[in-house]
Ligand binder design. Structure first.
Ligand code: AMP
Length: 103
């Protein structure tokens, strides 16, 4: 089980910003910006390179929709969205997630 699956299962605590049936958003434990969220699909897809096409396109679109929802709600003027892909792409947790950073 990945770290994020354990957080979704409430086996490990996290600071949860938002949750629905398909997505959980938590605060990064080691924030790189004033606001640093991790937008995570509950489906445990390992990396972007492991996505099933076309099946996983919808859930990945929902990650962007969730970023927009949070950005709108918090009235953020701008933010960065980043997905690290693979160990050589800087990915440490092998459960797809989108970083959302705002200063
Ligand atoms: P990545 O390098 O893209 O796989 O990002 C993994 C992120 O998970 C890093 O930014 C870590 O700081 C963050 N992280 C690691 N453990 C936890 C945790 N227990 N709760 C929240 N974020 C975490």
């Amino acid at each position: 089980m990945t770290l994020f699956e354990k957080i979704i299962a409430r086996e490990i605590p996290a600071n949860i910003e938002y949750e629905d049936n398909e997505i959980i958003v938590i605060h990064d434990i080691n924030p790189q910006a004033k606001l640093h969220l991790l937008i995570i699909p509950k489906k445990p897809i390992k990396t972007v390179a492991d996505m099933s096409i076309p099946d996983d396109i919808e859930i990945m679109g929902k990650l962007f929709a969730t970023a927009k929802k949070i950005g709108d709600e918090k009235k953020l003027e701008g933010y960065k969205l980043q997905i690290n892909v693979g160990a050589k792409g800087g990915q440490e947790v092998f459960h797809i997630h989108m970083h959302m950073l705002a200063h």
